[in-house]
Design a protein around this ligand. Structure first.
Ligand code: PXG
Length: 442
C-alpha cells in the first residue's frame, strides 16, 4: 500500500490542536485509538472510562451499531445533496421528529454543523426576526458573564469568558452581559438547583432600561452553564428571565448545546425548568458526536414572520453548504431511535440520585470547595494552588487518565458528564478512581 510521502508516524508537530496545551501534549501524548460503549482504548492498550461523553456529546455511548450502520448505508446511497434550493427526505423526517420532542410551538428547525454555528444562526435569526416584524431598531444582544456560546465572533461576544474578550477583542458592538449566578458563599454543596440568586435575573431589567427596550433584540443564556464549570441556575431564575423578555418584546434564546438530548434527565432544559424560550440551539448529542451537526429550534411566530414577500424570494439569507447533510441526518435519526428505545432521556432506574450520591460522597476530600449536580452532570470545584490557577485540576486530569478515567477540567473545576447509558458499577468506578486521584494530589 502506498504511504503518504514526508509523513513520519511519530511527528506530532503539524497538527495545531484546539483548546489544548500543545507543547505538553506533544511531549507526552495521550492517544485514543478505539471506543466502545463506556470505554476508550488507548494506543498502549488500556481501557479508559469515559467520564465526559467525549466532549459532552456521546450521550448514547460509543460505537453504537445502529448509528454506524445508518451512516454506512447513507454514505453509499446519497452522500451529499445541495443544501440550498434542493432537499432530501431525511432532512424533513428528522426535522419533524425533532420538533415532536419539543414543547408545543417550537416547531421549526434550522440545521448547522456545530454548536458554534447554531449560536451564530440563532443570533442572526433573532435580529432578522425583530426587523421582519417591524422592530427595526432592535439590534442589541445580551449574554451573561461566564457564558460559553462557542468560538465564533457572535458567540464569543455574547459569551462571558475573559480569555476570549482579552485575546480577540473588541468583538461585536451592542452587546451587554448579565451577571453570572455562581455564588459559592451562599450555595456551596447544593444538590440540584440552588435556592439563592433568582434576583440576579432582575439585572436584565436594569440592563434593558439602560439601553432602552426598543434597542434590545435578544437574550442568550445556557440554562446550565457547562464549559465554565457547571453553573446551575437558582430556583426561579430562568422563569424570571422569560417574564422580563416577554414584557419587553425580547427574543429569549436557550443555548442547549450541552443540556439538550437528555443530559439533565429530561429531553431538554426547556422541559426540566418548564420555561419555553423562543429559540433553542443544539448540537453534540444530536448525532451522538458521530457526525458534526447542529440544529436551531424556532417558534412558529418567528418562522412565520419570515414567510412573507414574493414566494420566489429567499426568506432567510443564511445557511451552510452542509446544513442538513444526509449523513448527519441519518446519524441523528438512528441516534433518536436509540434514545427512545432505551429511554435515555429520562431513565427510570434512580440513576440520577445514584450519581448525585456518589458525587457528593467526595465532599470530605481535601481541596474540594464545592460539589454540584443536575441530571447526569456533576462538578467538583477545587481550591486553586496559590498563584497557579488551573494547575491542580489539570494535574487531576493527567492523573485520572493514568488511572484509566477521562474527566474534563475548566479552571480548577472538574466537570463530569458520562454517557447516559452509564451503569451503577461504572459510577462506582468513576468516583472510586476520582477519590483516589484527588486524595493523592498535592
Ligand atoms: N454552546 C454551548 C453551550 C457549548 O457548550 C458550544 C456552544 C459550541 O459548540 P461547538 O460544537 O462549536 O464546539 C458549546 C461547546 C467543555 C467543552 O469541556 C464544551 C464545549 C465544547 C468543548 C468542550 O466544557 N461546548
Amino acid at each position: 500500500m502506498a504511504t503518504t510521502p514526508n509523513v513520519t508516524p511519530n511527528n506530532l508537530e503539524s497538527f495545531w490542536m484546539p483548546f489544548s496545551a500543545n507543547r505538553q501534549f506533544k511531549r507526552d501524548p495521550r492517544m485514543f485509538v478505539a471506543a466502545d460503549g463506556m470505554y476508550y482504548t488507548t494506543a498502549d492498550g488500556r481501557k479508559v472510562l469515559d467520564g465526559t461523553a467525549g466532549l459532552w456529546c456521546v450521550n448514547a455511548g460509543h460505537a453504537r451499531k445502529q448509528i454506524v450502520e445508518a451512516v454506512q448505508a447513507q454514505v453509499a446511497e446519497l452522500d451529499y445533496a445541495p443544501a440550498f434550493q434542493m432537499g432530501h427526505p431525511k432532512a424533513f423526517e428528522l426535522a419533524a421528529r425533532l420538533c415532536a420532542m419539543m414543547p408545543e410551538g417550537l416547531d421549526h428547525v434550522f440545521y448547522t454543523n456545530s454548536g458554534s454555528e447554531s449560536v451564530e444562526t440563532a443570533l442572526k435569526i433573532a435580529i432578522a426576526y425583530q426587523k421582519a416584524r417591524g422592530e427595526t431598531g432592535r439590534y442589541r444582544l445580551i449574554g451573561r458573564e461566564r457564558g460559553y456560546h462557542g468560538v465564533n465572533f457572535g458567540g464569543i461576544s455574547v459569551g462571558g469568558i475573559v480569555s476570549n474578550r482579552k485575546t480577540f477583542g473588541p468583538l461585536l458592538n451592542g452587546v451587554d452581559h448579565l451577571p453570572h449566578t455562581h455564588d459559592l458563599a451562599r450555595n456551596a454543596f447544593t444538590r440540584g438547583e440552588p435556592q439563592n440568586g433568582a434576583e440576579l435575573a432582575d439585572e436584565l431589567e436594569r440592563i434593558v432600561a439602560l439601553h432602552d427596550p426598543s434597542t434590545v433584540a435578544a437574550v442568550i443564556v445556557e440554562p446550565v452553564a457547562g464549559s465554565t464549570g457547571v453553573l446551575i441556575p437558582p430556583v426561579g431564575y430562568l422563569k424570571r428571565l422569560r417574564e422580563i423578555c416577554d414584557k419587553h418584546g425580547i427574543v429569549l434564546i436557550f443555548d442547549e448545546v450541552i443540556t439538550g438530548f437528555g443530559r439533565l434527565g429530561k429531553p431538554f432544559a426547556t422541559h426540566y425548568f418548564d420555561v419555553k424560550p423562543d429559540l433553542i440551539t443544539t448540537a453534540k448529542g444530536l448525532t451522538n458526536g458521530v457526525i458534526p451537526m447542529g440544529a436551531v429550534f424556532a417558534r412558529k411566530e418567528i418562522y412565520d414572520a419570515f414567510m412573507t414577500g414574493p414566494d420566489h424570494m429567499i426568506e432567510l439569507f443564511h445557511g451552510y453548504t452542509y446544513s442538513g447533510h444526509p449523513v448527519g441526518c441519518a446519524a441523528a435519526l438512528a441516534c433518536l431511535d436509540i434514545y427512545r428505545e432505551e429511554s435515555l432521556f429520562e431513565r427510570g432506574d434512580g440513576i440520577y440520585d445514584y450519581f448525585a450520591d456518589a458525587l457528593h460522597s467526595l465532599r470530605d476530600v481535601k481541596n474540594v470547595i464545592d460539589i454540584r449536580n443536575i441530571g447526569l452532570v456533576g462538578a467538583i470545584e477545587l481550591e486553586g494552588i496559590a498563584g497557579q490557577p488551573t494547575k491542580r485540576a489539570f494535574s487531576a486530569f493527567l492523573e485520572a487518565y493514568e488511572k484509566n478515567l477521562l474527566i474534563r477540567t475548566t479552571g480548577d473545576i472538574i466537570a463530569l458528564s458520562p454517557p447516559l447509558i452509564v451503569t451503577r458499577a461504572q459510577i462506582d468506578e468513576l468516583f472510586g478512581t476520582l477519590r483516589d486521584v484527588l486524595e493523592n494530589l498535592d
